[in-house]
Design a protein around this ligand. Structure first.
Ligand code: SF4
Ligand code: SF4
Length: 439
């Protein structure tokens, strides 16, 4: 198994006292060798005016000077830049841990060796389902085989192997089998996140989960974590758009299930930074560029932008008064602030109200209701663009034939015997997911 991660992204007491980005996600090129149907940046061709090597090395100096501890290189496909390992080595030299997220279609042994020489500490490979599903989502046939093959080679290298998966209507039923694959590959960590309607995913409403699907997703993920991953010391890392509160947040999101851990709100601009290949500076790489860019490397210093650009600091300064819809009156609003800004904004056209929330789904369910998203406007077709969805509240339509999934799940969450796999057999999971896919 790959070496365990040093948790540089874990917040320290001083990070709360003086918040500043400690983690940067840096798109170094938009060139890509895949054509993913859920790609938020609609990657493929390099941006017309991407930063030169010299400009990138200056960015590295700036990241070091503001105290960034870890940077993840992404694309497009980061390895399609000839100088990607030079950038990685410069980060490591300045004391910044460098990780890479990749679709790995052409992550050759030479590239893995070069990354290891540069000091890359972690490579996270995107695997979005079993072979057929992954290839359907990621574009070229053979993408899954290439990704799995690359994962085996990274596992055999000095670099820590991680994986990441988008959860959507195609991949969710395959999560238990994917967990088995993670065990077999020997990943050290597995990040899962919801597919969000941005970029090409905005063109595919059929892929998206419904908010009420979280009622099945959370128990499923918890079951996977406890029975398949934790016994093998594999970290399950739910992405920032899978949330929030309820008993599940603490049990699922944190490595330790101690009481007191909870979601702390969107960290864009506060502890997180996003850079685009042409120099745009955002609080989070996923946020829509035209609304959340606070400056450009070519005419601004990162230190100034994080302190002064309204596009970054308004997220941190958001209060309950800036929220709307259900979130505005939510018990957790002052801390949560409507969860992931990116998810809420691209779904409903405005941040501050987020139906992808387990606490909220549970509340609606307790009143015999559920929320459903319904596409209203299409996205224009630009990188990081989005359309618009309406939010419908309706009676739980399948109440008669759907078993009390939640009751069952909560029983098991609170039961000491939850970890007994015989209580929740594969067949039962499959039967539940079978019903779910027919909704
Ligand atoms: S309803 Fe909104 S504010 Fe409340 S926990 Fe969920 S996302 Fe956060
Ligand atoms: S917008 Fe979402 S993904 Fe980005 S920092 Fe905020 S919570 Fe995280």
């Amino acid at each position: 198994m790959s070496p365990r991660r040093r948790f540089l992204r874990t917040l320290r007491p001083e990070d709360y006292e003086n918040p500043s980005p400690i983690y940067c996600v840096w798109e170094i090129t938009l060139a890509c060798d895949l054509g993913c149907k859920h790609c938020g940046s609609r990657a493929g061709k390099a941006r017309p005016n991407e930063l030169s090597t010299r400009e990138c090395l200056d960015v590295v100096d700036q990241l070091a000077s503001i105290g960034v501890r870890e940077t993840t290189l992404i694309g497009g496909e980061a390895y399609l830049r000839e100088d990607w390992t030079e950038i990685a080595a410069a980060l490591v030299e300045r004391g910044i841990a460098c990780s890479v997220v990749t679709g790995a279609r052409n992550l050759t042994q030479e590239r893995i060796d070069a990354a290891a020489r540069a000091g890359v500490s972690s490579i996270s490979i995107s695997i979005d389902g079993l072979r057929k599903t992954h290839d359907a989502l990621r574009g070229p046939r053979g993408s899954w085989d290439a990704a799995v093959d690359a994962a085996r080679r990274v596992a055999a290298s000095p670099i820590r192997l991680a994986a990441n998966t988008q959860i959507n209507r195609l991949s969710m039923p395959e999560l238990p089998a994917l967990a088995d694959l993670m065990v077999e590959l020997g990943v050290a960590g597995w990040q899962v996140q919801l597919t969000v309607p941005m970029g090409r995913a905005a063109d595919r409403p059929d892929l998206l989960l419904q908010p009420s699907d979280l009622l099945e997703l959370f128990p499923l993920l918890l079951w996977i974590k406890r029975t398949k991953l934790a016994p093998r010391d594999i970290d399950l890392a739910p992405g920032n758009n899978i949330g929030y509160f309820s008993p599940f947040d603490r049990l699922l999101r944190w490595r330790s299930e101690e009481k007191g851990n909870h979601w702390n709100g969107c960290s864009a601009g506060k502890w997180t930074l996003g850079l685009e290949a042409d120099g745009k500076i955002k609080g989070c790489p996923s946020l829509p560029s035209h609304l959340y860019t606070g400056g450009n490397i070519r005419d601004a210093q990162i230190a100034d932008v994080i302190k002064n650009a309204p596009e970054l600091i308004h997220i941190e300064e958001r209060t309950r008064q800036d929220l709307w819809g259900y979130c505005k009156s939510c018990y957790y609003a002052d801390v949560c602030k409507a969860g992931c800004t990116w998810t809420a904004h691209t779904l409903l056209g405005k941040a501050g109200n987020n139906p992808y929330c387990i606490y909220r789904a549970l509340d609606f369910e307790s009143r015999g209701l559920q929320e459903r998203i319904r596409p209203r406007e299409k996205a224009p077709g630009e990188p990081f663009d989005f359309g618009r969805y309406d939010l419908v509240v309706e009676p739980i339509s399948t109440a008669k034939e759907t078993p009390k999934i939640l009751d069952l799940a909560m029983d098991r969450v609170t039961s000491a015997s939850f970890t007994d796999p015989s209580l929740w057999e594969e067949e039962e999971i499959n039967a539940r997911l079978g019903r779910w896919t027919q909704k």
